[in-house]
Design a protein around this ligand. Structure first.
Ligand SMILES: Nc1nc2c(ncn2[C@@H]2O[C@H](COP(=O)(O)OP(=O)(O)OP(=O)(O)O)[C@@H](O)[C@H]2O)c(=O)[nH]1
Ligand SMILES: [Mg+2]
Length: 349
């Protein structure tokens, strides 16, 4: 299961700079609006110290981190839904993502044009959120035409959907995001395939000047410029630079952590001589389904799981010693996986 995040914002706010730092992938990031036209897609390893420590005690030949996919798209401007700027067609590239990161510009730099003429993150946020609402409204209007025809012909699903769509349309026209309109879990499921952008969890990143990283804000303050510099350094050099800046984690690490929180994701591990590997699952996933993330056969033939917390395994000095000390538990089908579990799944073929 790979999770994906779409990056939105006005043009020239630093989306591609951030994306580039995230993925260490060479993409176009330049000082002119609408630099990005086609979407950039990058897969990012999720940094996790626990995995390295596990690999050490297990003497693993390979370390395989879990990943998140980021999609960097063109900048949105006010009126994009009416075709301003590059329009809003490119939003189709993030319809399927699990969450959205919205980049807000706070850095001053006179050399970098701001499409609205002045730095104002709050107003930019309103502009972008309104364009996302307009984009959803377009999706909804199209669906309503199709759906009401079906409903009239007596289609049961279409008839159930009709009042929900009507409620959504009214709310969106009122300027409300879908998250505020649809709060019922059942209704959320019913409209899932519409892939509404304003129904996705949103994370705000404030792209600040270097000396503003510590400011108090509800958003995640990041200096895309510093992140870009960090991405060029070796892990050791990056650590040193971070401590010079008095930061304990890079902005990107904080962003990934926040994404995990907001998406209610946790990590479990498998660890042996061949490899130590991190896996991403939704909080609340039971052992058989977690096993299924590794291989569908594991889920179907699930017998039991041998579980130990990663720290206990590291402290014990490896699996053999942990077993001797009786630290490894046997868990059954109803076991709910915990963050940091190291698992061995037993299954029948
Ligand atoms: N001073 C400063 N400049 C930045 C920062 N982040 C990005 N820039 C500059 O701003 C310009 C635009 O950055 P991009 O990352 O291309 O912006 P974008 O949001 O992807 O823009 P579009 O693709 O046009 O929508 C580039 O010249 C960057 O070097 C920052 O934190 N500080
Ligand atoms: Mg860009």
């Amino acid at each position: 299961m790979s999770f994906s995040i779409g990056i939105v914002g006005l043009p020239n706010v630093g989306k591609s700079t951030l994306f580039k730092a995230l993925t260490k992938k060479q993409v176009d990031a330049a000082n002119y609006p609408f630099c990005t036209i086609n979407p950039n897609v990058g897969v990012v390893a999720v940094p996790d110290d626990r995995l390295d420590k596990l690999a050490q005690v297990s003497k693993s030949a390979k370390i395989v981190p879990t990943t998140i996919e980021f999609v960097d798209i063109a900048g949105l401007v006010q009126g994009a839904h009416k075709g301003e700027g590059l329009g809003n067609q490119f939003l189709a590239n993030i319809r399927e993502v699990d969450a959205i990161v919205q980049v807000l510009r706070h850095f001053q730099d006179k050399n970098v044009t701001h499409v609205a003429g002045q730095i104002n993150p709050e107003s930019d946020k309103e502009t972008i959120n309104l364009e996302l609402i307009f984009a959803d409204l377009q999706t909804l209007e199209k669906r309503r035409v199709k759906n009401s025809k079906l409903a009239k012909s007596g289609d049961k699903d279409a008839m159930t959907l009709e009042p929900i769509l009507a409620k959504l349309q009214a709310g969106l026209e009122n300027g409300q995001p879908a998250t505020d309109i649809i709060t019922d879990q059942e209704e959320k499921k019913i409209i899932k395939d519409l892939n509404l952008l304003t129904l996705k969890p949103m994370i705000y990143v404030l792209n600040v000047d270097e000396d503003n990283i510590f400011q108090e804000t509800d958003y995640i303050p990041i200096s895309a410029k510093i992140e870009a510099e960090l991405a060029e350094l070796s892990p050791e050099e990056a650590k040193e630079y971070l401590s010079e800046l008095k930061l304990n984690a890079s902005g990107l690490d904080r962003l990934i952590q926040k994404s995990y929180e907001i998406l209610e994701l946790i990590t479990f591990f498998t660890s042996g001589e061949m490899e130590s590997k991190a896996w991403t699952i939704k909080r609340g996933t039971k052992a058989p389904q977690a096993a299924g993330v590794i291989h569908t056969d594991f889920e179907q033939g699930f017998i039991r799981a041998e579980i130990i917390n990663w720290q206990d395994l590291v402290d014990a000095g490896g699996e053999a010693k942990a077993k001797e000390k009786g630290l490894i538990r046997l868990e059954g089908k109803e076991y709910v996986m915990a963050d940091g579990d190291v698992a061995h799944f037993r299954f029948a073929q």
